[in-house]
Write a protein that binds this ligand. Structure first.
Ligand code: NDP
Ligand code: 2IT
Length: 446
């Protein structure tokens, strides 16, 4: 970092939280890329804008005790980080995964602020979750965990305060159990969560939104280089919510998706993934991706994280943070990959992102490319407030326009600094400026 003010802010964050590597990584990436915008706005330093942005407004950590099927009491740790409410109520998902800790939730909450700002909708940033592992748990255990988690979380959220949603390990089932518990405790039928089921206030197209939105964004990048999605070979990691609907839309746009993965391994299907089979394994049976190879002749399952060794034109990491490192980036580049779009949050390491830029791989950071999920959550909030529901086509059309606008705004911000394809720079600056203006407008209490 060349800017002395930003370096000072980063040093302080590192001094305060030396044991939060994911959070430090996310902060460093943002601070490095907003440098030119901060230099243009010297009042930011006096007003402490960046210091305030890197410090969450509120961090809630709580005990979640629940009873397993054997009658034994289990204890997990729950979190909600309410990062920034300058432009709207805190908004962001809940992650249930054994790797969840404060560093992970803070990095996700920090990213969420800029992402939500980029959508153009009035939503602040937050994130939550728990180190509870839903894998191998019965429905009844998941329900009891979700109820206990919500018993505490309900004290801190509300439709105009903080509106959580899904993330890794949290889909329609978990949102249903949490919503039921919130309603039971508050006697209030309100849009306090998004990603709800369609029978109780959910929005059509929310399930598809993150994956579809990613492809609407990537389609803009491909068009900007005068190309088309038709016939492109796409490698996608993950086989959860984002990966499944990214695959669906990529195929609808004429591309061929040849992989899917989970934390055990990946499948390669040279004929193009049969998405019905993936949906049956993942959405219906909650099974493992290796079952695909047994079901579909001609496909191959490989144990381990090697999905990035498959040759492609477009790579879309849709699993988790830091899943694509420098070595994988080199392999992708050697194999002729031209576009990378982050469906997951921060899936590419900083070294991988540098390599993409140096080699003219057109790169879309998650806070721009995967913003379709939260944008559609905001559309769910609007529908709840209006007490009506839009058709699938209406929501999908709004989503497409939002993604095209994010691409346009990030590209324009990057163009101002003579680097039009630098969407990291463009997304961070465009997202940050709106939050900064709102924070300055609100003043500081003293
Ligand atoms: P899901 O739980 O539906 O799916 C997650 C997928 O990623 C699974 O295939 C899972 O495999 C794999 N995965 C998770 N953790 C790891 C890990 N540590 N190592 C390897 N593979 C892993 O989650 P989503 O699809 O909702 O989320 C995927 C990513 O997209 C996350 O980064 C999330 O933050 C981001 N995102 C999600 C949005 C949404 O609306 N859902 C919106 C924007 C971003 P396994 O089953 O083996 O664990
Ligand atoms: O990372 C994300 O943007 C999400 N998990 C979705 C958040 C939301 O509120 O829909």
């Amino acid at each position: 970092m060349k800017n002395a003010y930003l370096q000072k802010v980063f040093d302080k964050v590192r001094e305060r939280d030396p044991n939060q590597p994911e959070f430090l990584q996310a902060v460093q990436e943002v601070l490095e890329s907003i440098e030119p915008a901060v230099e243009k706005n010297p009042d930011f330093e006096k007003l402490g804008v960046v210091e305030r942005m890197v410090e969450p407004e509120r961090v809630i950590s709580f005990r979640v005790s629940w009873v397993d099927d054997q009658g034994k009491v289990q204890v997990n740790r729950g979190f909600r980080v309410q990062f920034n409410s300058a432009i709207g109520p805190y908004k962001g998902g809940l992650r249930l995964h054994p790797s969840v800790n404060l560093s992970v939730i803070k990095f996700l909450g920090f990213e969420q602020c800029f992402k939500n700002s980029l959508t153009g909708l009035p939503i602040g940033g937050g994130k939550g979750g728990s180190d509870f592992d839903p894998k191998g748990k019965s429905d009844a255990e998941v329900m009891r965990f979700c109820q206990s988690f919500m018993t505490e979380l309900s004290k801190h959220i509300g439709p105009f305060t903080d509106v959580p949603a899904g993330d890794i390990g949290v889909g329609a089932r978990e949102i249903g159990y949490m919503y039921g518990q919130y309603k039971r405790l508050n006697n209030d039928f309100t849009g306090v969560l998004t990603g709800k089921g369609l029978t109780y206030g959910g929005s059509l197209a929310r399930t598809e939104a993150t994956g579809y939105g990613l492809l609407y964004f990537v389609n803009e990048m491909v068009k900007a280089r005068g190309e088309s999605m038709k016939g492109k070979i796409v490698v996608i990691s993950g086989s959860g919510n984002v990966a499944i609907y990214a695959t669906e839309k990529a195929m609808a746009l004429g591309a061929k998706v040849v992989t899917a993965s989970d934390s055990n391994g990946y499948i390669y299907d040279p004929n193009g993934i049969n998405l019905d089979v993936v949906k049956e394994i993942k959405e219906v049976r909650r099974g493992r991706i290796k079952e695909y190879a047994q079901a579909v002749p001609g496909s191959v399952y490989t144990e381990g994280p090697g999905v990035w060794s498959v040759k492609c034109d477009i790579a879309l990491p849709c699993s988790t943070q830091n899943e694509l490192n420098a070595e994988s980036a080199k392999t992708l580049i050697e194999n002729g990959c031209k576009y990378v779009g982050e469906g997951a949050n921060m899936p590419c390491t900083p070294e991988a992102v540098d390599l993409f830029r140096e080699n003219r791989v057109y790169f879309a950071p998650g806070k721009a490319a995967n913003a379709g999920g939260v944008a559609t959550s905001a559309l769910e909030m609007s529908q709840n407030s209006m007490r009506l529901s839009w058709t699938f086509e209406e929501v999908d059309e709004k989503l497409r326009k939002i993604m095209e606008n994010i691409f346009k705004n990030a590209t324009e911000a990057a163009t101002e600094y003579n680097d039009p394809e630098n969407l990291v720079l463009g997304a961070n600056i465009a997202g940050m400026l709106k939050i900064a203006q709102a924070m300055i407008a609100h003043g500081v209490a003293y």
